[in-house]
Design a binder for this molecule. Structure first.
Ligand code: G6P
Length: 587
């Protein structure tokens, strides 16, 4: 959700190309607009463009910028339409700012600043930060003093970086509830994620909430939330944080779908689930958003069946705004790819404030905010996920959750070892799945049906289709269809059913018959023995046989491929679907 970058060079060497390369890595965080600002001969020079980064690059060709210090931004619009005027960097007279987050008290700040004669030219909350800094610099404060003062005035969530025309060797940055890393190599850099700076940095410091940094003349000085100097430890940037590009694939999403067997293999290998997290636990509370929430829904089936612990799954953004009762001996588990989703983070804080519960996280991004506030962390070893629609991170989350559920069931633990190769077999069906895409790509709407732990997979399949192809799609518990959704079925609507030959097969097969009596575009994902018993007038994809408890993981994969190929046929931008962002750090 907005990506920011900053680079302080040495000997006034031009850093513009490095900023653009960093923005390329950050584009997954937002692509409503992009912009860059540098200090050039004592002036702030900026260039911004609406839409994807490519538009900024084209503009830069005709209007080259050069500067030894600079900041860049990719925007996911919150305050103000995605226009060039609202694009970051946002400048006051001699200050330019990039910001990820929301300044909640910007209206009051704006009112004050207007009284002081500042004219607001954008609809953004960020403009208040630029003018506040300008006001303090005009009052004679140094960038460090001005920044410290302004941090005391703003409320909300932010990662900010600022440069100053009169201090061409200084860059200031702060973090509060939006991620920001400070990288060290030939240059000192700032980045919303480590991938964006890994090409030019070898070590990194992750700012904690409230911390801020002054980068002056190539040296970084760090301060805590009370503005006391601190000396955080630098960490080596590890390879698994680096985005290695799309390789031979047309899209990150396809690459990430194809990487699932290895992501699953690594996740199984690196996670040993010890018994200590269940010490005194009589209830589990799962908090998550989006795709991660569906992973939580699957886990509920597994946890109650195998751990025999009652489990609630809650949408984090709802949970924190009601007055939920947290019973004694509850273990809270946050599931999150990014580890930064503000709703999930806030829901965990609610748990912290209102109970003595231990908190565990299932996260993909190491050192992310949620992993840092948790008592136990299980990292999915999916590697960097760039496609906005989550794929490999989702199946890796399921692997961790299954590992928790099955940990005392030796047979299932052994079966785990077969999962990666069976997923490979499922991926081998990609041409068959591609062949299904025309059956869906012209539809206005699609229905996904599943039972048991495949019900959340139906929801996730529908979400994938919505996210990247913009076809309206809904997932339903197959048994619920007769209570309303059946009214939607006609010959045109694709009905996509998940129907492995398991203990619920007969029930789902009857639901399929009911759908077939009313529509003719019925597509079924099943296995060989199921396919022989299902109506011939349906379209079937025969998936490899797998132990029934692992079907949610394997059945997610063909649904990802299906959404991908449908989106391709519709000419959609698969990796950067409209209006979405990968990491959502606003409420
Ligand atoms: C965004 C992404 C989704 C993701 C959700 C939760 O909406 O577009 O793909 O599932 O956030 O993200 P998290 O990082 O917490 O899993």
């Amino acid at each position: 959700m907005c990506g920011i970058i900053g680079i302080a060079g040495i000997n006034n060497e031009n850093v513009v190309n490095h900023i653009i390369s960093g923005l390329e890595k950050l584009e997954y965080r937002g692509y409503d607009s992009a912009g860059i600002a540098v200090v050039q001969e004592g002036r702030i020079e900026k260039l911004r463009a609406v839409g994807k980064l490519q538009n900024l690059k084209t503009k830069l060709k005709n209007n080259p910028l050069s500067g030894g210090i600079g900041i860049g931004h990719t925007r996911w619009a919150t305050h103000g339409k995605p226009t060039e005027n609202n694009a970051h960097p946002i400048a006051s007279e001699g200050v330019a700012v990039v910001h990820n987050g929301i300044i909640e008290n910007y209206k009051e700040l704006k009112f004050d600043l207007q009284k002081d004669g500042f004219i607001f030219e954008t609809e953004t909350d960020t403009e208040a930060i630029a003018h506040l800094l300008q006001r303090e610099v005009n009052n004679g404060l140094s960038p460090r003093q001005a920044f410290q003062k302004v941090l005391g005035l703003i409320e909300g969530s932010y990662a900010i970086a600022a440069i100053f025309s009169s201090f061409p060797d200084v860059m200031m940055a702060a973090r509060h509830r939006s991620p920001l890393a400070v990288g060290f190599g030939k240059y000192v850099c700032l980045g919303s994620d480590v991938s964006s700076i890994s090409a030019i940095c070898s070590d990194v410091v992750y700012l904690e909430d409230g911390e801020w940094v002054e980068i002056a003349h190539g040296r970084a000085s760090f301060f805590d939330k009370n503005s006391n100097p601190i000396k955080p430890t630098k960490q080596k940037i590890s390879d698994d944080l680096i985005n290695t590009g799309k390789g031979e694939y047309a899209h990150y999403m396809l690459k990430e779908i194809m990487e699932q067997p290895s992501a699953i293999r690594r996740t199984i290998l690196y996670n040993r689930i010890g018994g200590e997290i269940f010490h005194n636990v009589s209830r589990i509370l799962i908090l998550a958003c989006g795709t991660s929430y569906y992973a939580g829904m699957v886990a509920k089936y597994w946890f109650e069946k195998f751990l025999k612990i009652p489990t609630d799954v809650e949408i984090a953004s709802e949970y924190r705004y009601r007055t939920p009762i947290i019973g004694p001996n509850t273990l809270a588990i946050a599931i999150t790819q990014s580890g930064e989703t503000i709703d999930t983070l806030e829901a965990l804080e609610y748990v912290r404030k209102n109970s003595n519960s231990k908190v565990a996280a299932v996260a993909n991004v190491k050192n992310s905010a949620i992993s840092r506030v948790s008592d136990f962390v299980f990292y999915t070893e999916a590697g960097v996920e760039i496609g906005v629609a989550s794929t490999k991170a989702f199946t890796a989350q399921l692997v961790i959750l299954a590992g928790i559920a099955f940990r005392n069931h030796e047979f299932l633990t052994r079966e785990f070892q077969n999962l990666p190769s069976i997923c490979e077999e499922a991926l081998d069906l990609c041409d068959d799945i591609k062949g299904l895409a025309p059956k869906i790509s012209t539809a206005n709407s699609a229905i996904y049906l599943g039972r048991g732990p495949l019900y959340p997979i139906a929801l996730e399949g529908a979400l994938k289709l919505k996210e990247i192809s913009y076809i309206h799609a809904e997932g339903f518990a197959a048994g619920e269809m007769k209570h309303g959704p059946i009214a939607l079925i006609d010959d045109d609507i694709p009905v996509i059913c998940l129907c492995p030959h398991n203990e619920l097969f007969e029930k789902t097969a009857s639901n399929i018959q009911v759908a077939l009596a009313r529509g003719k575009n019925i597509i079924i994902f099943t296995d060989l023995s199921g396919s022989e018993l299902l109506p011939p007038e349906t379209t079937k994809i025969i998936l490899p046989r797998i132990h029934t408890e692992f079907t949610p993981i394997m059945y997610a994969i063909p649904l990802q491929l299906l959404a991908y190929y449908v989106a391709l046929l519709r000419g959609a931008d698969v990796d950067k679907p409209r209006n979405l962002a990968k990491s959502v750090t606003v409420e």
